[in-house]
Ligand binder design. Structure first.
Ligand code: PFF
Length: 447
């Protein structure tokens, strides 16, 4: 009998992977990155990266987990024994802890906004985020929620939560979308989002758009590899990869269609930075009848989306601690969460005027450093290496035998050779070239 945790149903497993992909990256990070990088031009590059690079990489990552039924480190160890590839699994887990550190700060903001709207009054973003105790307390609560669900186990905790809450979030976004489109000046927002000004595309825009696309679909560092390893054998990996990428991208677009018209309707600058969603959205709600109820529902669902993503971020280091270091699940969850929490304190405090000087390096606060470093550098680098591994190192028979690239009768699936080409040439080359274009502008990586 297989003693590893598995998702009970194929549908539930895929939904959990969608839960990992859909989160603050779509509703919080996508609009503020799009706003900061000029709107439609950024969107165009983002969409190209998501479809051309994201989908095949997602397929490759899910497939690696699906064939090995192991955590990322164990996967590379079993597929390439006696090599150093398994360090890629460890590197991914370290990156996840860095992501969870800043992600949980925003998760905490979301919880606070949900709770405050229930009390009938939403905090001023700058005042709240630059405080000390409130952001710390909400961020800690966010970690506690994660740890409690993780201790419930994979099938019971993650799957149950995702099955129920993801469709609800989607519904709420559609309703809000309609609401935002009816605002005065909504057309300006749509123009910003959809009418590209190609002169805005430069190396830093391309690097950021690639980073955003990888961050948003959770690809490259092994989250989806771990989820792939929990999928039942009946899962359809190709279709799942496409569904995850399309749903994720669709939800980011919905968020954009909610936030940019609202920006233009209420005179908020689209490049307002990480606070954008938290400044814009309460404005939309306040003008609606029953606004606080809307606000509450929205931020609650956003918090849920954030939790389903942070669960995947914490699940992988937990699986590695369990399976590679022989820790019990409870201890592994606690160690991973505590590590994330300590770093999260630094991220949260870097917004506070009291600490921001000590917590800044090269003119950037720790929060931004973690954010840009993970999304724009580590995730693409790790994706590059994963593509090279699949394209050049892995025996092609493995993916053929497990029905990833071939059918049971031995014939190639329509995307079989395309996928291998993408792993061998397209993904590594594109990522490399995009990095070069970013380097050409020197500060391109971290803009
Ligand atoms: N994709 C998630 C989001 O869009 O919110 C964030 C995320 C999850 C990033 C898992 C990276 C990751 F490995």
């Amino acid at each position: 009998m297989n003693e590893r945790a598995v998702f009970v149903t194929r549908f539930g497993g895929v939904l959990a992977a969608v839960g990992s992909a859909v989160g603050l990256g779509n509703v919080w990070r996508f609009p503020y990155e799009t706003g900061a990088h000029g709107g439609a031009a950024f969107l165009l590059v983002y969409l190209s990266c998501a479809l051309l690079l994201g989908v095949p990489l997602l397929l490759g990552e899910l497939a690696l987990g699906y064939v090995s039924h192991k955590n990322p480190t164990g996967t590379y160890r079993s597929l390439a024994p006696g090599t150093k590839w398994h360090y890629l699994g460890y590197a991914g887990a370290v990156c996840m802890v860095l992501v969870v550190a800043f992600y949980s700060v925003v998760g905490g903001w979301t919880l606070c906004y949900a709770a405050s709207s229930l009390m009938g009054n939403v905090p001023d973003f700058v005042e709240f985020s630059s405080g000390v105790w409130a952001p710390l307390a909400w961020m800690t609560l966010f970690f506690v929620v994660n740890a409690v669900i993780l201790l419930g186990g994979v099938a019971k905790g993650i799957e149950r939560a995702s099955n129920f809450l993801m469709p609800l979030l989607f519904l709420m976004l559609v309703v809000l979308c309609v609401r935002s489109l009816l605002l005065p000046n909504a057309v300006e927002g749509l123009r910003f989002l959809f009418k590209p000004d190609f002169s805005k595309i430069d190396g830093s825009v391309v690097v950021s758009a690639m980073g955003q696309s990888f961050f948003s679909i959770s690809v490259g560092i092994g989250c989806l590899l771990t989820y792939g390893s929990y999928l039942p054998r009946s899962a359809k990996i190709g279709k799942s990869a496409l569904a995850i990428a399309l749903l994720d991208t669709g939800i980011a677009l919905l968020a954009g269609i909610i936030i940019f018209p609202a920006c233009f309707a209420y005179g908020v600058q689209p490049d307002a930075g990480p606070g954008l969603a938290f400044i814009t959205l309460p404005n939309v709600f306040l003008q609606m009848s029953g606004g606080m109820i809307w606000c509450f529902c929205f931020f609650l669902l956003l918090a849920v989306a954030a939790v389903t993503s942070s669960l995947s971020l914490l699940e992988t280091p937990t699986a590695i601690l369990q399976e590679e270091f022989g820790m019990g699940r409870r201890r592994a969850v606690i160690v991973a969460s505590c590590l994330g929490w300590v770093l999260s304190v630094l991220c949260a405090m870097s917004f506070s005027p009291q600490w921001s000087e000590q917590l800044s390096f090269g003119g950037m606060i720790v929060f931004d450093i973690f954010d840009k470093l993970t999304a724009n550098i580590i995730m693409p680098c790790s994706s590059f290496l994963m593509a090279v591994f699949i394209g050049w190192k892995l025996d092609k028979k493995v993916f053929a035998d497990y029905g990833i690239t071939h059918r049971a009768d031995g014939t190639t699936k329509w995307y079989g050779s395309l996928f291998i080409m993408a792993m061998r040439f397209v993904a590594p080359l594109c990522i490399f070239l995009i990095f070069l274009s970013g380097l050409g502008l020197l500060d391109g990586f971290l803009k």
